[in-house]
Write a protein that binds this ligand. Structure first.
Ligand SMILES: NC(=O)c1ccc[n+]([C@@H]2O[C@H](COP(=O)([O-])OP(=O)(O)OC[C@H]3O[C@@H](n4cnc5c(N)ncnc54)[C@H](OP(=O)(O)O)[C@@H]3O)[C@@H](O)[C@H]2O)c1
Length: 242
């Protein structure tokens, strides 16, 4: 016997840790059925599953990763309340051009190709949402507007993700709102050393890491606001002004 389809579910990509995990937990706490996409199986993914999320595995760096994930979503959901593009690859650009080009391909696949495929393929499910409006949220980076040359390949792909949001806002209105959240220093990577952390915080008006809740609040507010689309919302403690 096949399981009944979920309705008005929220898909979060890269939900296995950090911000994505928080978004999945937050959406579940708000009562949404959650489709938690992940790449690396972790205890947190098992915890999400035990709490009732449908966990969908996939590598979005694969050229067909987005299409495959869209197929997996269609198999379990009859309609979607939101799609949140959170999955992300992040690294400084390699010194050698061949290595840098390989990175560029991965960044493009994860940040542009997969969200592009998912938005196109899942638009009918968003259109079938029982709420007045459905949402797509693209999580980019303040570097999408003000790039750091040491991370140029990453920045360019996040700028692509941001620009795509604006096209989809035009294409899918008025049923589907499409907005961008631009994090700044929300949560340092484990490899950020004390000097890098201190320098970033010294450039941040509010002088501290934002924490995952700052992004959770921004996404929740987007879902609640019926009259906001094509907006780019920085959640960066003011770092973009530095
Ligand atoms: N944290 C910050 O301060 C900050 C600053 C600026 C922008 N952002 C943006 O905010 C979002 C969340 O940040 P975060 O720090 O929580 O990100 P993160 O720790 O880098 O996590 C990203 C997620 O994406 C997944 N992912 C990476 N490559 C993937 C692939 N090829 N296929 C499928 N999934 C893949 C990761 O899965 P695995 O566990 O398998 O690696 C992980 O779950 C990201 O879009 C990030 O770019 C964050």
């Amino acid at each position: 016997m096949t399981a009944p389809l979920l309705h008005d579910a929220v898909l979060i990509t890269g939900a296995g840790r950090r911000v994505g995990l928080h978004l999945a937990e937050r959406m579940m706490a708000l009562g949404h059925p959650v489709l938690a996409h992940y790449r690396t199986p972790t205890d947190d993914v098992e915890r999400l599953r035990a709490a009732g999320a449908v966990c969908l595995h996939g590598d979005l760096a694969d050229p067909d990763g987005g299409l495959r994930l869209a197929g997996a979503v269609r198999a379990v959901a009859g309609s979607l309340r939101a799609v949140i593009h959170n999955a992300s690859a992040f690294a400084a650009t390699a010194a050698g051009t061949e290595d840098a080009l390989r990175q560029l391909d991965v960044f493009h696949a994860v940040h542009v190709r997969a969200p592009f495929a998912l938005n196109r393929e899942l638009a009918p499910l968003l259109g079938a949402c029982s709420a007045r409006r459905a949402d797509i949220v693209h999580i980019t980076d303040i570097y999408a507007d003000n790039p750091n040359p040491a991370f140029d390949a990453y920045c360019a792909s996040k700028a692509g993700l941001q620009n795509l949001a604006l096209s989809f806002a035009k294409r899918l209105a008025p049923k589907v709102k499409v907005n961008v959240v631009q994090p700044g220093p929300i949560l340092f990577k484990e490899w950020h050393g004390p000097e890098a952390r201190a320098r970033v915080l010294s450039e941040t008006l509010l002088g501290e890491e934002g924490g995952v809740e700052a992004i959770g609040m921004a996404v929740e507010s987007i879902l609640q606001n019926h009259y906001q689309t094509g907006a780019v919302i920085a959640v960066d403690g003011g770092r973009r002004l530095a």
